[in-house]
Design a protein around this ligand. Structure first.
Ligand SMILES: Cc1cc2nc3c(=O)[nH]c(=O)nc-3n(C[C@H](O)[C@H](O)[C@H](O)COP(=O)(O)OP(=O)(O)OC[C@H]3O[C@@H](n4cnc5c(N)ncnc54)[C@H](O)[C@@H]3O)c2cc1C
Length: 393
């Protein structure tokens, strides 16, 4: 293994924390375009938001978005509870607002949690029906987990009606509606006064209803160009380009995991960084799911993007993923690491990131002609040197 001096990552950004999750900035939507083609099974969008002067970010940072719940969803809950929405309630800060406002912007009426089921049980007390009791407490955790999967709050009050008697009780039952984070997909220097994101709109069908993710649905369907949305910038010093502008970087970002690497590449390009860049991107189909295809292909043609490897799982009979492309190129991967490359992974935490790490370990063991134990040590050293960084969710 080469001896590298510990290369610190970039200094923390010093943006004034003027806007936060509790005091967000009302940003104007400048662009909201679908990136995926009509043949795609996915709905992935590119969003450009305007920033106030002084709001700045670095590649690797995220933007927080405060969503509101869909009007139809709010109406359905009001109807199920026999309310008009005009009722007055106290929000989390004891400020009086209408019940409609509470359901729209304060309470998580989307995906159901076990905690909500337990809280409803508490409110119901002796009046809790046996079917609800069967889901309560730590002893019934597995049954409750199964019940909440794919369900939302409306399902709970439809299944167990009449137990909520006061609108205010919902503050006891439901969690706060929280902001969602999105990796920033732009370099500020390439788009001054703007922040871009790449969002997959979560849509699924469960328990006989079409459903959607609260925030991605909000961005996909209710955030046309010209609307204002509450946002804040979120610093992430654990995901940073090398300070050494000559250091090579390897980026693995399938799906929306591509977002921060668009930011990395735009930044390195506009700042004239000389280090080599290798990007792995994967999705289902090249014809419909190749996010930012023209931009990356132009970067490759111009010689700025040293290597671009794609894996489209549904383009051929047998599925091919980014880790397969890594495996095919494991000798080169190891050579890049030996020359001091930084390695980045962004996207799915559940499976992809683990598979990519395993493949990287194999590549190290193969390249160094040694064991997996040695590869694990090698990777541990890379982690210590901050040459292995993850932004997974
Ligand atoms: C640091 C960070 C960076 C991120 N960057 C990005 C990014 O760049 N782009 C991006 O798109 N996302 C990104 N995310 C994820 C994003 O923050 C949200 O979690 C995502 O958009 C879903 O939020 P939502 O409000 O739309 O969905 P929610 O309302 O939170 O619903 C999502 C939930 O719906 C349920 N669900 C989903 N599908 C099904 C199904 N088929 N059956 C049953 N239940 C289901 C699951 O419980 C799932 O957790 C990032 C997250 C983090 C933490």
């Amino acid at each position: 293994m080469i001896e590298t001096t510990v290369a610190p990552t970039e200094a923390p950004a010093k943006h004034a924390p003027k806007y936060t999750r509790n005091q967000p900035y009302s940003s104007k939507v400048l662009v909201n375009d679908r990136l995926t083609g009509p043949e795609s099974e996915k709905d992935t969008i590119h969003i450009e938001l305007e920033l106030e002067e002084g709001m700045h970010y670095l590649p690797g940072d995220a933007v927080g978005v405060l969503p509101t719940n869909r009007d139809e969803q709010v109406d359905t809950v009001l109807k199920a509870l026999n309310c008009t929405g005009e009722e007055r309630v106290l929000d989390h800060y004891k400020v009086e607002i209408s019940f409609r406002e509470a359901l729209s912007s304060r309470l998580a009426i989307g995906k159901l949690t076990r905690s909500a089921v337990n809280q409803l049980g508490k409110i119901a007390g002796d009046k809790a029906p046996a079917a609800l009791k069967a889901h309560l407490g730590p002893d019934n955790k597995a049954i409750a987990e199964e019940y909440v999967w794919g369900r939302e709050f409306i399902d709970l009050i439809n299944d167990f009606p009449g137990l909520i008697t006061e609108p205010q009780q919902l503050f006891q039952v439901l969690a706060r509606l929280t902001p969602r984070m999105y990796s920033i997909a732009s370099a500020y220097e390439a788009h001054p006064g703007q922040v871009h994101t790449t969002v997959r709109v979560v849509r699924y069908h469960s328990h006989n209803l079409d459903r959607q993710g609260v925030c991605s649905g909000f961005m996909g369907e209710r955030m046309p160009v010209g609307t204002q949305i509450p946002i804040f910038l979120h610093e992430n010093n654990n995901f940073r380009l090398p300070v050494d502008t000559n250091a090579p970087v390897i980026m693995v970002g399938p799906g929306t995991g591509i977002a921060p690497f668009r930011s990395f590449l735009e930044y390195r390009q506009i700042m004239g960084h000389k280090g080599d860049n290798w990007l792995f991107f994967g999705e289902q189909r090249s014809v419909s799911d190749y996010l930012y295809k023209d931009q990356f292909q132009t970067m490759e043609k111009d010689g700025f993007l040293t290597r671009l490897d794609t894996a489209f799982s549904r383009d051929q009979k047998s599925k091919v993923y980014v880790q397969d492309r890594m495996r095919e190129n494991s000798a080169d991967l190891y050579a890049w690491l030996e020359s001091g490359a930084y390695f980045y992974i962004c996207g799915d935490a559940e499976r992809m990131a683990k598979d990519v790490e395993r493949t990287l370990l194999d590549a190290i063991a193969l390249g160094s002609n040694s064991t997996l134990e040695f590869a694990a040590e090698y990777l541990a050293t890379m982690k210590k040197e901050k040459r292995y960084q993850l932004d997974v969710y």
